[in-house]
Design a protein. Sequence first.
Length: 552
Amino acid sequence: MSSQQVGAARLLVRALEAEGVEYVFGIPGEENIHFVDAVNDSSIRYILVRHEQGAAFMAEIYGRLTGKAGVASATLGPGAINLQLGVADATTNSTPVVAISAQVGLDRIYKESHQIVDLVSLFRPITKWSELAPTAEALPEMVRKAFKTAQTERPGAVYLAIPEDVEAAKVAGDLKPLPVNVVRPQEPAPAQVARAADVIALARQPIVLAGHGATRARASQALIHFSEQLGLPVATTFNGKGVFPDDHRNALGAVGFMRHDYVNFGFDEADVIIAVGYELQEFDPVKVNPKVDKKIIHIHQFPAEVDDHYPVEVGIQGDISRSLRALAESVHRRFDVNGTGRKIRDLMAGELREGRSEDGYPLSPRRIVADIREAMGREDIVLADTGAVKMWMARMYPTYEPNTLLVSNGLSSMGFAVPGALAAKLAHPDRRVLAATGDGAFLMNSQELETAVRENIPITVLIWEDDAYGLIEWKMDLEMGRNSNIKFSNPDFVKYAESFGAKGYRVTAAADLLPTLQKALADDGVSVITVPVDYSHNLQLTDKLGELTDAL
């Protein structure tokens, strides 16, 4: 061992550099100042945020878009606890995140003391792995394990606690990060492919359901080839939107809405569901297999979770693209995308066309969705926050490329879109990024506007303003015929944005939205647009869908 010593914090940062980390999102604390200082002297950019929840959401969206674990940092106690919502969101959305926080020193962690909380135990239920670094010498191994665990299928968040005396310790100078080893994709088992091919060959009307796992596996091209080769219709989950382009002739749209939507009729007619990268937390399989009368072929990189409405007839475990190609070569039959598929596409396209011509004020949700689609490019990124916004966007917004409409459908956390937009822009600086959010979700993490302005991260925020928690109002009205405790008041969002140094816009007529969006998106800065929305259309939509019959 060399007699020359270096700080443990610098060893930790070197280990992060070895993993290819570009950004650390966080807030410093007294107990991790050595770490923050070491980041400052490295190739990693420290993004100082205004709330640790924002840091975790940024790390999550960065991980979702790049496939590399995003890194969130906090101090001990309250700082670490504030990370937990974004960490849980990442795990339930199968997204790689490494959360690192300070912890009290080993010299007092065993006794009652200031700011002591058992953080490892708090994080354990919401992560794939949660541990405390017992010595500085353990950091290279623990960092490598953290990233390997976070990024390996099924991906998720991990947590590392670094005691303050470990962080400030000295270690031998020749202690180095471990080399990064990449887990290789697994080949599908030929026997399982053959079994699945037999099921499809005997099917009357198979349908494909593509989920978030197909996006993560970058299986879009293989999925398109599979659909075209066999002539099969493809629906996606909300989280899977874009993995199969909505302008493809075999596309049915997204499933997951609260009512029996147009796309559900495609599943009603099917006798076999080919689930590709689908994960049960994306939405309940009872919505597509209520009578448990459909055979399910599960294609993913890991086995399916158990559910009585998801009885797997055949499971193909392995690389999704290779599995799809092998299955396409093994099925010597072609199906016709039936008339129902065309009707489904025509009905949804008709709603979007009608939305473009709706000129009422406040604006209809359909008009807002139509104008967003008109303003955004094919590869531009929209983050639709949780609430009524998500329901309208996930259901109606045509998506053509993977990861260009991001929602939280695992934990369905409110408040992720604004901080997530910063990370999306950092991950893809060549694309325009829009955070579409309700007024309730916006004010949960609106402080990150200051981060965007200070760090010069150009994003546009579109606030759907209704002075209420609109989705809860919708649900209460739908189920109980009345609502309560959902109304609130808002600040002047234009002045609020300007107080952070951003540009603020208020839409005062339906015709103003599209040009305002285009102007804000073209600006190399931070913009906030507020658009009043008429959510009386919510019940009109669910009433209309509730009247649909099998005569679609």
